[in-house]
Design a protein around this ligand. Structure first.
Ligand code: UD1
Ligand code: MG
Length: 459
């Protein structure tokens, strides 16, 4: 079998994005756009993957640092043909077929690439071009065919005659090309066009002229959108979201209203979970089976089975074990661990803390840098004072402690197991186990005082 290689073009600036950031680094369903072609190529078992970088090469290379690809610098970027030519040296000794695609075409599906490859091999083609037909072909290179239907050349929108502009079949920028032909052809490409660029697309014309076996293969237009502007980006995001949502519904997840549910590409969801409208699941979030999530945003977090997230919560880099119940209006910040069956209620903020099995913090609390044991009840309005203006200190609350409402725990402090803190306390010293701690002035009732001072009449 012939060897497989891939070249992904990602050196262009992406002027039409009007952005400081390189186009291929703009996010799509939680990942940089460029990751989609890279991952597609990886899944196609291609051994050799080259990415051509140029504009913001450093940032793009950095983004790819964990991908099994080699980056090659194109400086300055003189067009797509010039970009591919930069890979020539790195591919010395490689003999086989090259898949060339653009870094700005993130919606391509595995099946399409597989079929493209099968056709190319079966027909022993030298070049197979992925095309599609669009009602609005504006901005793309048009596919010019001979009378007999064979491919003749590609003409870019900017160089096209008015008649050519009416052609609806476009070049998707995805090609399979035999290496033995590719670089020889590229040497012949000249920048004789409106943009004064070396066009990769010119190799089609060269192949046709030289009588090489040249094929076109039509793809579903939805897959081959090239992202050139913010509007294209939004359109691609919409398509991708629909695909992701359909995928999870197919796996047994209920999306009450898919149009109001946003799930990033890397998220995982267990079956029989229910997502209500307004749910956003971001980054590497994982949701266990049978969880129920109302309108909330969850990012890079892991939820066990049967977790309930009520409305309007923000959960980031947190872990919630099975049966946890969170919200409404809770804020779980990085480093939060909610153990089995624990409960976090309204207006509770938790950071870098563990809430032990079955413990509860149901109302109006701040818990930071705290270890809470099992079966603890944290009363309404409890605050851990973890910051003295210079450093963060720890609070430890052992098993089965009861903290009365409106208590401040001034860290560092330890509350021993089964102790009871009376409401309204300011705890600055450790409390031993099985102890009642009270820290407030005793109440005094001055009977008849109001009448005597005639305050009543004024009221
Ligand atoms: C290109 C094709 C066009 C096709 C369209 C599909 C050419 C000449 N035109 O046009 O026929 O319909 O894609 O989306 O190939 N790049 C480099 N170096 C460069 C220039 C570009 O690496 O010097 C990269 C870009 O980062 C991008 C890709 O190549 O990922 C395509 O470049 P872009 O400028 O978007 O080309 P299009 O005008 O879209
Ligand atoms: Mg493009």
């Amino acid at each position: 079998m012939k060897k497989k290689g891939a070249i992904i073009l990602a050196a262009g600036q992406g002027k039409r994005m009007k952005s400081k950031r390189a186009k291929v680094l703009h996010g799509l369903a939680g990942k940089p756009m460029l990751f989609y072609p890279v991952e597609l190529v990886k899944r196609a078992n291609i051994e050799r993957i080259l990415v051509i970088v140029g504009h913001q090469a450093e940032a793009v290379t950095e983004a790819l640092s964990e991908s099994p690809v080699t980056t090659i610098l194109q400086d300055p970027p003189l067009g797509t043909g010039h970009a591919v030519l930069q890979a020539k040296k790195a591919l010395k000794g490689f003999n086989g077929t090259l898949l060339i695609l653009n870094g700005d075409t993130p919606l391509l599906q595995d099946e399409t690439i597989r079929r493209l490859w099968t056709l190319h091999r079966r027909e022993k083609a030298v070049l197979t071009l992925l095309t599609t037909s669009l009602a609005k072909p504006h901005g793309y290179g048009r596919v010019v065919r001979n009378r007999d239907g064979t491919l003749k050349r590609i003409v870019e929108e900017k160089d096209a005659t008015p008649a050519e502009r009416t052609i609806r079949e476009i070049n998707t920028g995805v090609y399979l090309i035999e290496k033995s032909f590719l670089f020889k052809a590229l040497e012949k490409v000249r920048p004789n066009n409106r943009q004064k660029e070396y066009y990769l697309t010119d190799v089609i014309h060269i192949a046709a002229r030289e009588g090489k076996r040249l094929l076109g293969f039509e793809a579903n237009p939805e897959e081959v959108i090239g992202i050139n502007s913010r509007a294209d980006l939004a359109a691609a995001e919409g398509i991708l979201r629909k695909r992701i949502n359909n995928h999870w519904m197919g796996k047994g997840v209920t999306l009450v209203d898919p149009n109001q549910t946003r799930i990033d590409a890397a998220v995982k969801i267990g079956r029989d979970s229910i997502l209500y409208p307004g749910v956003t699941l971001e980054g590497k979030t994982e949701i266990g089976e049978g969880s129920v999530i109302y309108s909330s945003r969850i990012k890079d977090s892991r939820l066990g089975k049967g977790v309930v997230i009520k409305d309007h919560c923000i959960i980031e880099e947190a872990k919630i074990e099975s049966g946890g119940i969170i919200g409404p209006f809770a804020h779980l910040r990085p480093g939060t661990l909610i153990r089995k069956g624990a409960k976090v209620g309204n207006f509770v903020e938790i950071k870098k803390s563990t809430l032990g099995k079955g413990s509860k913090a149901n109302h109006l609390s701040y818990i930071g840098n705290t270890e809470v044991g099992k079966g603890v009840n944290i009363g309404a309005g409890t605050i851990t004072c973890n910051y003295d203006g210079r450093k963060k200190e720890k609070t430890i609350i052992e098993d089965k402690v009861f903290i009365g409402s409106d208590t401040q725990l001034v860290a560092p402090v330890r509350i021993g197991a089964r102790s009871l803190i009376a409401a309204g306390a300011t705890i600055t010293e450790d409390v031993p186990p099985d102890t009642l701690a009270i820290s407030r002035t005793r109440q005094e009732n001055k009977e008849g005082w109001v009448k005597k001072n005639k305050l009543r009449a004024k009221r």
